[in-house]
Design a protein around this ligand. Structure first.
Ligand code: ADP
Ligand code: AMP
Length: 217
């Protein structure tokens, strides 16, 4: 199964990816997580990506594509993958399509998580991420048992720099301008499946799994 999860920032892609990747037994590949890992490690790539991420802009395509290519060369992607946050514009989608065609491994489905802007702002403003395992929590909607500590690995939780209110608004504009056109792009190729991403996490997961079953998984 080669799956792309799309939807605005805060739609719940990372949250659902955690469950769906294990359900499908494929690796979850979050370009945002990989960029953040480079920022934390202080690599050259992290240094370059950081100024775009902090501003809520997309990291340039050539940088993102090179990173994705490298990730797809790893053995664990041979039997499938789940991308979260990539592709983010039509240019990335076209190059990604060419890469997969060259490997004779086309995408199976693109799952779009549909949720409105007000809910996105509520979700992003309470988001907390584990500094060790990158698990995503929410202060109100999905709190850990001990405040500020990850239930899974006891890592410390942090608030992302780009989850400040002004940056959230800009990221939503970037989504509308650059990423939303992918809905039409993938609908035209018959790969798009939209699901209602409102309501409890488990309900969204159940809808996603029902959709995937419909696609033969
Ligand atoms: P994305 O990866 O699309 O940016 P996340 O998965 O990080 O979004 O989710 C954003 C925030 O919303 C997180 O704090 C997460 O715990 C919370 N969240 C995710 N799904 C739901 C849901 N169905 N209901 C309420 N909160 C949710
Ligand atoms: P995310 O964790 O998916 O919300 O991504 C956080 C930030 O990383 C984004 O706001 C971008 O700056 C950058 N990023 C992640 N994925 C991509 C991508 N596919 N193309 C460009 N920038 C990206």
């Amino acid at each position: 199964m080669r799956l792309v999860l799309m939807g605005p920032p805060g739609a719940g892609k990372g949250t659902q990816a955690q469950f769906l990747a294990s359900y499908l037994s494929v690796p979850k590949i979050s370009t945002g997580d990989i960029f953040r890992m480079h920022v934390t490690r202080g690599t050259e790539l992290g240094h370059e990506a950081r100024r775009y991420m902090d501003a809520g802009d997309l990291v340039p395509d050539e940088v993102t594509i090179a990173m994705v290519k490298e990730r797809l060369d790893e053995d664990d992607t041979r039997d499938g993958f789940l991308f979260d946050g990539f592709p983010r514009n039509v240019a990335q989608a076209e190059i990604f399509g060419d890469m997969l065609a060259a490997m004779h491994t086309p995408l199976s489905v693109v799952l779009e998580l549909v949720v409105d802007d007000d809910e996105v702002v509520r979700r992003l403003s309470g988001r907390r991420t584990c500094s060790e395992c990158a698990h995503v929590w929410h202060m109100l909607f999905d709190p850990p048992s001990v405040e500020g500590i990850c239930d899974h690995c006891s890592g410390k939780l942090f608030q992302r720099d780009d989850d400040r209110e002004e940056t959230i608004r800009h990221r939503l504009e970037v989504y509308a301008d650059q990423t939303a056109p992918l809905v039409g792009y993938y609908a035209t190729s018959g790969l798009l499946e939209g699901i209602d991403a409102t309501g409890p996490v488990e309900d969204v997961t159940a809808r996603a799994v029902a959709s995937l079953r419909h696609w033969g998984q």
